[in-house]
Design a protein around this ligand. Sequence first.
Ligand code: FAD
Ligand code: NAI
Length: 479
Amino acid sequence: MSKSFDVVVIGAGPGGYIAAIRAAQLGFNVACIDAWKNASGGPAPGGTCTNVGCIPSKALLQSSEYFEHAKLHFSEHGISASNVKIDVPKMIGRKDAVVKQNNDGILYLFKKNKVSFFHGQGSFVGATESGYEIKVSGATEETLLGKQVIVATGSSPRALPGVPFDEELVLSNDGALRMGAVPKRLGLIGSGVIGLEMGSVWRRLGAEVTILEALPTFLGAADEQIAKEAKKAFDKQGLKIALGVKVDEVKKTGRGAKAALTIAYTDAQGAAQTLEVDKLIVSIGRVPHTAGLNAEAVGLQLDERGAIVVDADCKTNLPGVWAVGDVVRGPMLAHKAEEEGVAVAERIAGQHGHVNFGTIPWVIYTSPEIAWVGRTEQQLKADGVRYKAGTFPFLANGRARALGDTTGMVKMLADADTDEILGVHIIGPMASELIAEAVVAMEFKASSEDIARICHAHPSLSEATKEAALAVDKRTLNF
Ligand code: FAD
Ligand code: NAI
């Protein structure tokens, strides 16, 4: 006998667990299936984001930033802290505790919202007149029947061809977040978001970090001016980034404690180079994850990248089957997955769920932080849009000076005719928090004049956003 539900969600990452909670709030009888296991084999809902992504990476970024502050910046404040040391296992233990708090929080939310949680692998069995049959293979096996199904199975790290992850020497994000000691020489392939965040963590803790990037331009998705500023800051910190590189071979050398890797690559000038490292993090993007879902059983359509094909509303080719998050098109971001999850639950309830892809913020949690929303200057040029730009440096912001963190700027781009804000790009302290104001402004189709006329608290970093808005009309007050 299968257990029957109005909605069955497969995957409890940010896309799935949020969809399950929202569907339950809307009065549906909801099941959520998730396969992730914690160290003792128990459930660990939250997906990549909670277990080996957003949350643990930010925990380590925080620990390593404190360490660097203690070593380099405390003395400016008159604080002496000699012999500052890092206890890596303790730092990793704290990170694990933060992850567990989040896992437990989701289990609590499921209980609170009466979502039935099933720990195990969910796979399609077939379709019946009353819905889809889904088998859960966990400690026990059972079959659920879902009138509606939301697939939120996420993504997996992409390996370099011929160089599988062993999580000892060749690490994915998983291994990168649980090294037991600081490697002397750390290599990274790919200077995208993971490369920069993980490279920063281990550099701050003392590793000699080299990042090999295939593209000739640094952070191509960011605004060029911001990317240039970021490159300058990372160079100054000693993060070595080689652009325009072709990785030819990765070879293991030595054994046991002496095990290492030699990377043969061709540099941007076409010269053959080698890099010796003790550990290598491969961060060259992620691929949609549908392994084990048995999509074929019901004829669920995938594209050539393995992503589930959906329309703008996250509907798949099958009636009553939806898909959200990393397993479908669009940016692989937790907040994008969550918004899609909410919108799908609301659509199932006959409401008009909505996700605005034009106002999804991007944040890179390095130091300085990098955040943006909307179009870059180079995109506006390519689109032939007439725009005005205003920038304001944190060097001229009182709060940033008090913090001792004056790198970077806020840059605002507005339509030359209507003054509507088209993009905001920030590099600097707390850019991750500052970007929220820009998202709200763009969602409400604000003009730069609107932001320029809003009272911002003094002294605060947010005044830099107001000043950038004033700069659009060439009337900054503090610069
Ligand atoms: P996932 O989080 O991948 O969750 C999918 C879940 O489904 C998993 O628990 C998986 O076990 C389960 N599952 C898969 N198949 C099955 C099955 N057949 N049966 C049962 N369960 C199944 N994004 C941000 O927005 N901000 C960040 O700061 C950020 N940092 C990141 C740092 C790193 C190192 C990484 C790797 C990613 C980061 N991301 C970040 C991206 C973010 O983690 C993803 O965009 C997000 O997790 C996608 O959510 P999802 O629900 O689609 O999938
Ligand atoms: P990414 O797409 O951000 O960057 C991958 C980089 O690797 C690119 O610069 C690409 O040009 C390069 N690359 C690809 N193949 C290569 C090769 N063979 N040799 C050298 N370089 C190569 O992917 P990443 O960093 O793996 O992260 C995956 C996703 O996870 C991100 O796109 C993002 O969606 C999400 N994420 C988000 C974070 C955040 O929001 N702060 C943090 C970390 C990850």
